[in-house]
Design a protein around this ligand. Structure first.
Ligand SMILES: C[S@@+](CC[C@H](N)C(=O)[O-])C[C@H]1O[C@@H](n2cnc3c(N)ncnc32)[C@H](O)[C@@H]1O
Length: 357
């Protein structure tokens, strides 16, 4: 069980540490789940920020670890000195990165501090300040855990929480790697081109961006999911509710968006993320795929599905609660019925349901 991180930061006697502005701490409870009031009011993000969601994000990180064979980064970067994690969530990736690369400074940025991890390595800073400002020794840093940060990186900052929909204020040529995972429901539809341009600007020459998105449009390659299935209705309603504000299909367009912004050496892949532990069926696979025999691949997919099952069980209500009941106006009773049915279908092996990752 996670313990909620303490978000009440007080002014220190040397007045270098500022209070975390109250406005970013408020939450609202909707149908028993806790949401970030500032994000809701400003149409920034609509996922819960409670312990349940933080635990789900941790679990989902473990699913990704399995999918990516334990690799946190893909680009060939000989020496990592500075990394930015956009929308760090529960901090799972950022904490692992900082632990695995102790000589690298990892900076995480999020609109809400509510899912913060309890233990933060010394080389990880989770930003709540709008601007990265220079500390007395000239280093650039900021931190939510200002009370825990070394004296030299305590900062004065009047803006408290950062919205990735605003233009970046980081210096140019600053990061070796920018990581952005599952931001499709947080970045405004029209912001994507300038978001990627901002990322390009803050990357050092030769730097890399690593983007991961799930396209929450359920698929099955055996054609068994029809319009009548709850999983299909979940997807349709989820995508529809975001139409006015976000581009939840952005995962399918990242390749073109990156090319349009002048990124080079782009490698984009679609990986099926099984909703539970179903078997691909070796007959429908090539004899070998990406150097793996089909039986090894099938076993790996089943292991991923087994781990993802619990994540999907929580994800279906958690991601859809606000969009479906508050944006699309679905009655709570109908929502509950949809979730119950969708959960059952996600576990029905014969449907072979997956989300494209
Ligand atoms: C779905 S979670 C993903 C967290 C993490 N990247 C991961 O993969 O586990 C999205 C996170 O991004 C944050 N977020 C969404 N939109 C944002 C925005 N416009 N600015 C800053 N943070 C944002 C949310 O508060 C949330 O913590």
């Amino acid at each position: 069980m996670r313990r909620r991180a303490d978000t009440s930061i007080t002014r220190s006697s040397d007045s270098e540490t500022e209070e975390l502005d109250e406005v970013y701490l408020h939450t609202v409870t909707i149908h028993g789940r806790e949401f970030h009031k500032f994000s809701i009011d400003n149409q920034i993000a609509f996922e819960p920020v409670d312990d349940e969601e933080a635990e789900r994000l941790d679990l989902q990180h473990r699913v990704f670890s399995k999918v990516f064979d334990g690799r946190l980064i893909f680009p060939p970067i000989p020496r990592l000195r500075r990394v930015l994690d956009c929308g760090y969530g529960a901090g799972s990736w950022a904490v692992d990165m900082a632990t695995q690369y102790p000589d690298c400074r990892v900076i995480g940025l999020d609109i809400s501090p509510h899912k913060n991890p309890d233990d933060v390595p010394e080389n990880l800073w989770l930003q709540v300040g709008r601007d990265f400002q220079r500390s007395r020794d000239g280093r650039i840093a900021a931190g939510l855990r200002l009370d825990r940060a070394p004296e030299s990186v305590r900062l004065t900052s009047h803006h408290q929480v950062d919205d990735l929909n605003r233009r970046f204020t980081f210096p140019s040529n600053h990061f070796d790697l920018v990581h952005s995972r599952l931001l499709a429901t947080g970045i405004n539809r029209a912001r994507w081109p300038s978001y990627l341009a901002d990322i390009k600007r803050v990357l050092k020459p030769g730097g890399w961006v690593q983007l991961t998105e799930i396209y929450f449009n359920v698929q099955s390659d055996n054609g068994s999911i029809t319009e009548e299935h709850a999983l299909r209705r979940w997807s349709t309603e989820f995508l529809r509710s975001y139409e006015g504000t976000k581009d939840v299909r952005v995962g399918t367009r990242l390749n073109n968006l990156l090319r349009d912004r002048g990124f080079k050496e782009i490698d984009a892949r679609m990986i099926p993320l099984p909703l539970s532990a179903w078997s691909i069926g070796e007959s429908s696979l090539p004899v070998s795929f990406a150097g793996c025999s089909t039986s090894v691949l099938d076993r790996k997919m089943q292991e991923i599905g087994m781990l993802n099952r619990e994540n999907v069980n929580s994800l279906l209500p958690s991601l859809a609660l606000y969009p479906l009941t508050q944006i699309s106006g679905m009655p709570q009773q109908d929502f509950q019925e949809l979730i119950t049915q969708a959960r059952e279908e996600a576990e029905t092996a014969s449907l072979k349901a997956y989300f494209p990752l």
